[in-house]
Write a protein that binds this ligand. Structure first.
Ligand code: B12
Ligand code: SF4
Length: 546
């Protein structure tokens, strides 16, 4: 069958317009595991943000897919639905299957919603093998009922097949990156790609969607397979070599000895590639030798889950007492010359202006290189969603378009939703924003650092001062928020009430449409809840508690 796979263009505004544009690993993994008899194309719309509609139409006309697979996180579903509708208009006979996190965590609600008329299938969980099983079923080689994880229509209504067991990673072939329609994926204009060495995490942070996709499990690819993948990426055809690789593992530091083996293996390859990993503070702090090995392997950046400076908030996240290990982790990474991007979360029920400012001051004083701050987001199926709803804190229950970590979906005991957004913006701006490229950045990106410090930064400062004079601080804030809010409006149908960006004005208490029953469908059938997407246990799973 002719197959077109698409990942969505939507991004969290905090990720910047052009800073990070990478392809979907999930789709490349599906491609790598498909039978070669199927012609397949992968269209990552992250690099077609300015021409989504025309790019979709062009891809459908040119490749005439019999089936299109759409990959979507929760906040991207609105766009996925619009794209599905567009494809059905352009080519009514093309089948559409939705997969990825949103499909996994909300399949029942999606299936019952009126918008599901444009979907033929919903797939929950891992589809590395499952997508091929679906194609087999469509070709009559197996019954539709036998494709675990699949929801499909019988007499116009969705019926749900049983959950699928977690895949045995030793059966998953390497991702195939050679079927991508688009090029120019980059990290700050360095050619970029994405890979994985493991799936899952044993922690149980209750704001994280992981529990539904994988549960508290940790499966590892063999070190040899990881190194083969790195070699393959380094030899990818093209004028410019891949210079940046995101390792998408949820928590690569769960098995430190193995991580160190991977580092040694990559270092021995002597490739001019810089890696970015996400890690927990506890994992990094486990072994003092680890950061040096990471640096030797070319890991120049770590996205570190610092989350919060407040012990009560950390308790609510089920993060435990991590402030001590946080300091150790940051110090060791800095000493090894690795840039730390601090992940912090604001907007907990007890938060006021002081606690928000303390978060930013905490990471600034730790000496991190950059800060990725998020608002606590009640993702469906997470324990945090239940807690925040029970506490009456959630102001935007169902307009999921805004669920990308950049917007408040609720209030705190001390701040309205509007005030929370403004105070967070102000604190970040006053405490963090005057960013300069420091030593780790200078070491790994010398040209960028010089260009940024001596050209870009003065321009930004000049522009900020000018805007402040022209519009005042609140006016400046409102302009930036409106720009952010419109970023993912690819079909011109986003309704934004500007009064939400005036912290003092009367107006909506929710950034989303409070009347929206469910951007993804019907009013509360109840969220699919705690039900994990998978059945049974996995082979090769690590079962130690950290
Ligand atoms: C790497 C990553 C990123 C990368 C982007 C990677 C990319 N190229 O898309 C970066 C760092 C940029 C990123 C950013 C964000 N991310 Co992110 N990210 C991840 C992470 C850690 C791994 C994704 C991955 O590659 N997994 C490995 C591949 C193989 O698995 P997969 O993508 O799930 O695909 C499999 C299945 O889902 C399924 N599948 C996927 N697509 C399709 C399509 C079809 C048709 C079918 C049938 C099946 C199918 O089959 C695939 C193969 O088994 C996940 C957590 C996780 N474990 O998945 C979070 C996660 C997806 N991110 C999340 C979020 C919220 C974000 C952000 C909005 C904010 C944030 N908190 O960081 C931003 C915004 C992104 C943006 N576009 O601007 C959430 C999504 C929650 C939800 N319910 O939707 C997750 C689950 C994190 C979490 N713990 O909650 N992210
Ligand atoms: S450590 Fe990270 S991946 Fe693991 S549960 Fe917590 S937030 Fe999710």
């Amino acid at each position: 069958m002719r197959v077109l796979l698409m990942s969505m263009p939507d991004r969290g505004p905090a990720f910047g317009q052009r800073a990070y544009e990478i392809p979907s690993l999930g789709l490349s993994s599906i491609v790598g595991n498909l039978d070669r008899r199927h012609p397949v194309w992968q269209a990552d719309l992250s690099v077609r943000k300015w021409s989504v509609r025309s790019s979709v139409i062009r891809a459908v006309r040119r490749h005439k897919p019999e089936i299109v697979g759409l990959s979507s996180m929760i906040f991207q579903y609105h766009t996925a639905r619009q794209i599905a509708r567009l494809i059905k208009q352009e080519s009514p006979g093309t089948l559409i299957v939705l997969g990825g996190y949103h499909a996994t965590t909300m399949y029942r609600e999606l299936a019952a919603s009126p918008e599901a008329d444009v979907l033929d299938f919903i797939f929950r969980g891992e589809a590395d093998h499952g997508f091929g099983e679906l194609l087999d079923a469509l070709e009559g080689r197996r019954p539709m009922e036998s494709v675990a994880g699949l929801s499909w229509k019988r007499h116009g209504a969705f019926q749900h097949n049983p959950r699928r067991p977690l895949e045995d990673l030793s059966t998953i072939a390497l991702p195939d990156r050679n079927h991508r329609l688009y090029r120019l994926f980059h990290y700050f204009f360095r050619r970029a790609d994405v890979m994985e060495t493991s799936r899952g995490c044993l922690h149980r942070c209750n704001f994280c969607s992981m529990s539904q996709m994988y549960g508290p499990t940790f499966r590892r690819y063999s070190v040899d397979r990881v190194l083969d993948d790195v070699r393959g990426i380094s030899k990818a055809p093209g004028f410019v070599r891949v210079g940046h690789v995101l390792i998408a593992d949820d928590n690569i530091t769960l098995d430190v000895p193995r991580f160190m083996d991977i580092c040694d293996g990559i270092a021995a390859l002597k490739l001019p590639i810089q890696f970015l990993v996400q890690a927990s503070c506890a994992g990094i702090a486990k072994d003092p030798a680890l950061p040096k090995k990471m640096a030797a392997a070319g890991i120049t950046m770590v996205f570190l889950g610092i989350e919060n400076a407040d012990e009560a908030n950390l308790r609510q996240m089920k993060k435990g007492k991590i402030l001590g290990v946080t300091r150790t982790a940051v110090t060791r990474l800095n000493d090894a010359g690795i840039l730390v991007v601090a992940g912090i979360i604001n907007g907990f029920p007890g938060d006021d202006v002081a606690t928000i400012r303390r978060n930013f001051e905490f990471v600034r004083d730790l000496g991190v290189g950059a800060v990725g701050d998020q608002m606590i987001t009640p993702y469906p199926g997470t324990g945090m969603r239940r807690e925040l709803i029970d506490a009456g804190m959630v102001t935007n229950l169902y307009d999921y378009r805004w669920y990308n970590g950049s917007w408040p979906q609720g209030r705190t005991k001390h701040l309205t939703s509007k005030q929370l957004l403004f105070e967070k913006w102000k604190a970040r701006r006053e405490i963090i924003e005057d960013w300069r490229a420091g030593d780790p950045v200078k070491a790994h990106f010398p040209y960028f650092a010089a260009f940024y410090n001596y050209v870009v930064r003065p321009i930004i400062r000049f522009n900020e001062n000018r805007m402040d004079l022209m519009y005042g601080v609140v006016g400046r804030y409102q302009r930036q928020m409106m720009q952010w809010a419109r970023q993912n409006d690819y079909f011109g149908d986003m309704v934004i009430d500007e009064r939400f960006f005036d912290p003092e004005a009367e107006g909506p208490e929710s950034i989303g449409n409070p009347a929206a029953a469910l951007d993804c469908g019907n009013p509360p059938l109840g969220d699919t809840g705690d039900e994990p997407a998978f059945a049974g246990t996995a082979t090769g799973e690590l079962r130690i508690e950290n």
